[in-house]
Write a protein that binds this ligand. Structure first.
Ligand code: RIB
Ligand code: CA
Length: 313
């Protein structure tokens, strides 16, 4: 089967970085048409710089990297330096990138790419707040029906929130954008905290990254060692959840995941539950299902795949 054409929309973030590496290491499964940065974990000037750092680390400086939106549709930006550090890629020392940032705005790249390709042939992979995607849909509604699928990391149901008691970070930062995306009618696969919290970087798994004996393996181990301190302290978990790589792993091997096709609505009014993904998991309403909401992961298979692919870089 031909590799899936994808656009990665991202706010690197250590876990975003691992997702980008996994995608660039898997040309038989995905063709990365471009990487569009969005403000999220850290402000846009850092997320676009980090996206370029990661593409160079992967040995793919020809990758097209774009800067997208620097703030949510209507709200003030909320960032997550407390998790990812000041640079967004804290842990190892990182050299500044030398590859160029594309001059086109990331939103216009998304629009032009969807217009230039046959309907149903380009998949969007948002790994951060959905601002770029919603802005593209607002600016060019004609592209909505052309999107093959959206496979995103965001939301939570049984796992509840990680930035507020009710909301997961990516959705919380721009709930209005998420509402637009979930109401768009595009086929959506959601990787919520319910599934990403099964992708924990236990010590043997981090040691497997280091055992690769490559710069990529060492960087990923250093990122996870930094990134995991927050989750271990908060959840008492054995390692950090590798949220964003779940999106790319799904494109490579969807059988690693189990979920349910349900209705998911986004809270945009109540300050108490702002950004909550209200998943009708038990189908207690007559709301139309609009998303494949993942709930379980074959974690061993996920880390075997991730480590095998990172070894290629
Ligand atoms: O809540 C986890 C998500 O928020 C991940 O995508 C992480 O990178 C941050 O963007
Ligand atoms: Ca992210």
């Amino acid at each position: 089967m031909a590799p899936r054409k994808i656009i990665i929309d991202t706010d690197p973030g250590q876990d975003d970085a691992v997702a980008i590496l996994l995608a660039l290491a898997s040309p038989e499964d995905v063709t990365v048409m471009g990487v569009t940065a969005v403000a999220g974990n850290v402000p846009l000037p850092l997320t676009e710089k980090n996206a370029r750092i990661v593409c160079e680390l992967a040995g793919k400086p020809e990758t097209l990297v774009f800067a997208g939106c620097d703030a949510p549709l209507t709200r003030k930006l909320v960032t997550a330096e407390h998790v990812h550090g000041k640079t967004g890629l804290d842990g190892p020392k990182m050299d500044d990138p030398t590859m160029p940032l594309q001059s086109q705005h990331g939103v216009d790249f998304i629009i032009d790419t969807l217009r230039a390709h046959d309907a149903g042939t380009v998949t969007l992979c948002p790994l951060g707040p959905l601002t770029n995607i919603a802005t593209a849909f607002n600016k060019a509604p004609d592209i909505i029906e052309k999107v093959q699928e959206i496979v995103l990391m965001g939301g939570a149901y049984f796992e509840v929130g990680n930035i507020t008691p009710a909301a997961e970070f990516n959705i919380y930062v721009d709930p209005e954008a998420a509402k637009i995306v979930f109401a768009s009618g595009v086929p959506i696969v959601v990787m919520p905290l319910d599934v990403t919290h099964h992708a924990l970087t236990t010590r043997p798994r981090v040691d497997a990254f280091s055992a690769l004996g490559t710069k990529v393996g060492d960087m990923v181990a250093a990122w996870t060692n930094f990134f995991e301190r927050f989750d271990k302290e908060k959840y008492g978990s054995e390692g950090a959840p590798l949220h964003d790589p779940c999106v790319i792993a799904y494109l490579i091997n969807p059988d690693l995941f189990e979920g349910r096709y349900v209705n998911v609505e986004i809270e945009t009014v109540s300050e108490l539950t702002l950004g909550m993904t209200v998943a009708d998991w038990w189908r207690v309403t007559d709301r139309q299902p609009n998303a494949m909401f993942m709930g379980n992961l074959n974690a061993e298979g996920f880390f075997d795949l991730l480590t095998e692919r990172l070894a290629r870089l």
